[in-house]
Every structure is written in C-alpha cells, then in structure tokens.
Design a protein around this ligand. Structure first.
Ligand SMILES: C[S@@+](CC[C@H](N)C(=O)[O-])C[C@H]1O[C@@H](n2cnc3c(N)ncnc32)[C@H](O)[C@@H]1O
Length: 278
C-alpha cells in the first residue's frame, strides 16, 4: 500500500465515523445484513476507534467532540470538514462559504455549546448580568438562541453577511418563538453603528476578514455599554483550516494590541481567547 493509499484510507475512517454517528451505531452492533455499516464498524474496530464486546466508542472517539457535545454530533462535524476540504481542493477562496442548510444548522448548534462555555469561563460576571447580547457572525443563530433560552430576560442581535445563513437563522429563530427577543440583522460588523447598546459581544476572529476586523473593533467598543465586555475567540495557529475560515490567524499578543488601539481596557488573554472591557 502506497503512502497515498494510506492517506485515502484515513479519509474513509473519517467517513465511517460520520456515517455510524448518523445511524447511532457507536453503541450497538450493526445488522450483519447491512454490509456497509458492519464493514464501517469493523474498520473503526481495526483502527482502535471502536471497542468490542459490546460495541462501544473507544477513548479516542469519546475525546473527539468538544466538551459537552455528544459523540453522535460527530456526523455533522465530519460532513462539515469533508465539505470544507472539498471546497478547498476545488480552489475556493478563503472564507466560511457554507451554503448547505443542514450543515449551517449543525454548526449553529455546535457553536452554541462552544461559545457559551467560553463566555462562561472568561466573563461569568458579565454573562450573569447581561441584558443585551451581540453575536458577530451569527450563522444559524445557534449562540443567540441557546443564550436566550437559558436567560429569559436576555435580548440579542445577531449580525450576519451570508444570505444562506441569514435565511436559516431567521427561520429557526421564528420556529423557536424567539423573534421578539432576537434580531437577525443582515449587516457586516464593519458597518455596526449601534452606540452603548450591549453588555456583551461575542466575536470569533477566525471568520472575520482582517480589514473588516480592524474596522469593526472600535465600532464594537462603541456599541458596548459602560462595563460591557467583548469576548473574542482567536485562531492563533497558522494552519490551513484556520486560514480557510476567512479571518486568517491572530496571535494573542497582536489581539491585545488591536483591542488596546480600539479603546478597550482590562484586557485579558485566556486560552485562544482575548477579552476586553469598555
Ligand atoms: C462558522 S460561522 C459561525 C457560526 C455561528 N456562530 C453559528 O452559531 O452558527 C461564521 C460566520 O461569520 C460570518 N461573517 C464573516 N464575516 C462577517 C462580518 N464581517 N460580519 C458579520 N458576519 C460575518 C460568516 O458569514 C459565517 O456565517
């Protein structure tokens, strides 16, 4: 087997993880007549991702999703990654560029859990007293919906520039009955003009092109109420997935400088996150 065949085999392992997660087949043996599922399980057993007697996820599979996300959610992750790699291989420019509604929705649910965990860890005091939340690059609106469901007095604005994501977010916010509390706005953060509106803003830098980020940070600062906080997640490692996400990479040191220049004070760095207060 050549190295290239080996590489290809890895891709099929990833595919098998996605397929079995979708069919809920990490915890029970596939029907032997279902040859594709049975062989997928065998592949994952042979490569150590699944354990046997009874069939169950191995430690590596259990550690695969971000904390708080069940292994069944790996199906969405695998589809998202394969679609991203496929767009990359076809020569797509950097940028999120996801058009598939199911994948946009899946990302929304995953981001909701991840962003909530980061905000709770980095700015618990502001989250507790927040009345108005700004979500930059809201995608499917997963973060605003999760926070508004958990905090009955919270209102939120989600900014988004992708027509496909805006469609999904508006549909889902309405289906959740949250349209009175959540505004999904077709606006780039680089055009944000709100003044002293929000207690808390979430900005995942990895998705926002650099020129837009530079224009955005002083605007986000102005949009915060006194004592309001910005939580900015960072892509600090210069790798292809980060570069293809659209925002390029930004080290914690550079991020601190940008926040200082935009007027923020009490700037703190956490693991791949920087926070600043107005
Ligand atoms: C991976 S998605 C974020 C997922 C989202 N938080 C969710 O819950 O689904 C990143 C989003 O940022 C959006 N984005 C990129 N640049 C932006 C900008 N300048 N202003 C607003 N949104 C932007 C992209 O269109 C993309 O949908």
């Amino acid at each position: 087997m050549s190295d290239f065949d080996d590489l290809n085999a890895q891709l099929w392992i990833l595919g098998a993880i996605g397929r079995l997660a979708d069919q809920d087949l990490f915890d029970r043996a596939a029907d032997p007549d279902d040859e594709l599922s049975a062989l997928s399980q065998q592949l994952l057993i042979d490569t150590g991702w699944l354990l046997t007697d009874p069939v169950r996820p191995g430690p590596r599979l259990l550690a695969a999703p971000p904390s708080g996300v069940p292994t069944s959610a790996l199906s969405g992750y695998v589809r998202e990654q394969l679609a991203r790699v496929s767009r990359f291989a076809e020569g797509a420019p950097a940028g999120w560029n996801e058009l598939d509604r199911d994948r946009i929705r899946w990302r929304g649910r995953a981001s909701g859990v991840i962003a909530h965990g980061i905000i709770e860890r980095c700015c618990p005091d502001v989250l507790l007293r927040a009345e108005n939340f700004l979500d930059i690059g809201t995608g499917a609106g997963g973060i605003v919906m999760r926070l508004c469901r958990m905090m009955p007095a919270l209102r939120a604005v989600g900014l988004e520039v992708s027509p496909a994501a805006l469609d999904v977010a508006r549909l889902d916010v309405e289906a959740a009955g949250l349209e009175d509390r959540i505004e999904i706005r077709d606006q780039s953060v680089s055009d944000l003009a709100d003044v002293e509106e929000y207690d808390l803003a979430w900005l995942p830098q990895q998705f926002v092109p650099r020129e837009e980020l530079l224009e955005a940070l002083p605007r986000v600062f102005r949009s915060l109420r006194p004592e309001g906080a910005l939580v900015m997640a960072l892509a600090s490692e210069s790798d292809l997935p980060n570069l293809m996400a659209g925002g390029g990479t930004l080290s914690a040191r550079e991020a601190v400088k940008l926040l200082e220049r935009a007027g923020f004070r009490n700037i703190q760095t956490h693991d791949k996150v920087v926070t600043g207060r107005r």
